[in-house]
Design a protein around this ligand. Sequence first.
Ligand code: ATP
Ligand code: MG
Length: 443
Amino acid sequence: MRLSRYFVPVLKENPAEAQIVSHRLMLRAGLIKQATAGIYSWLPLGFKVLRRLENIIHEEQQSAGHQAIQMPILQSADLWRESGRYDDYGQEMLRMKDRHDRDLLFTPTAEELVTDIFRSHITSYKDLPLTLYQIQWKFRDEIRPRFGVMRGREFYMKDGYNFDLTKQDALHSYNRHLVSYLKTYERMGLKAIPMRADSGPIGGEDTHEFLVLAETGESEVFYDSKVTDLNFGDRKIDYFDHSACQSVLDEFTSLYARTDETHEPSLFEKIPQERQCKARGIEVGQIFYFGTKYSEAMGATVTDANGQDTPVHMGSHGIGVSRLVGAIIEANHDEKGIIWPEGVTPFHCGLVNLKQGDPEADAACENIYQNLVKAGLEPLYDDRTERAGGKFATMDLIGLPWRITVGPRGLKNGVVELTSRSSGISQELTPESTINKLISIYR
Ligand code: ATP
Ligand code: MG
């Protein structure tokens, strides 16, 4: 992509309405535009990041054996009356009527809708286990939308639902989800700590939230400092090997990590003082096991091996996809702008031409650009006739992990400069080795 033709409405000034750094940077780097309170349009650069997150989620969900579906944004109130949640859900649910005076609602979550799909088609235990998930816009009429996409009213969420014959099977599904979430966040360049949590309006017995540590997080968190050393790494995991999942889960959840809602200071006291940490965190996901709550209310049963009808055991799992864009920026920025982790960056590198219009510099940039594209990478080429300082400032604000700088002085010696956004370290390389280096980084 050529920056001269790309729609990135960068702001020079700090927008007054933005209280936290991710909101400020998302507006300044032209990622989003507020449409109305808690509702945003995603502009090209922001939308690209959203799509990258979505792709990672789809890949990880599918490698854990889950199937993608798409459910509607508008739901009929009737299903929610069956589960009893139409009255319980409260003012966060946006309700409306159609022209026939029928009650509709904007989906805040989809347990009822997916249970209805299940009960219409599945009658035998032989079709279990089953997990269906979607990535879809949700609406919750939050009383205080704030911090940009962090607490929106309309937000993008991955929501998944598992159906199992027994509680034991459902707990295996729970574990599979916990492990696949760890992998998902790590691929996004995030350390998300699973913390035992409260179940809230979803209801249920077992639940973990995933929190990213950040000063601006809305939750207060308490943890053993050792949890921050845990890494998923590149271990291969067979999701249907229950003991393998269990041992990853044990490793990541045996150390103390709680939000203020479930914090037990008496347990904390058993951790050596120097490892007791208190910080703030952003909730980027949550998983639940809630048993037969919805299947009993809505008649979602299967026949078991003895021919007996039995309500299925269920759980649900959510990832805050749009909130993650903010959370990633909270965890990865400096005073100059965003620093995208390589796994989610909107473009793989920036290409800065220091002397646009100079035939040699233009030809060198064109050559690097074409070769990167040929190798399957997406460079963002700043081909504007602007001074170098302005070009660097824009690239730093946008935050691509690597910048290639091309100028007549370097070209005289046959080199260009490759700079890491996170370390600021530059090296001089031939155009060819620059291209090869980027290919190997992103392989
Ligand atoms: P919170 O406690 O932050 O209000 P929640 O526990 O009500 O969130 P869940 O039902 O667990 O939310 O939804 C799954 C994920 O969706 C959350 O972990 C969070 O990342 C994201 N999410 C929830 N509400 C919002 C919102 N208003 N704006 C953006 N993302 C949200
Ligand atoms: Mg939650």
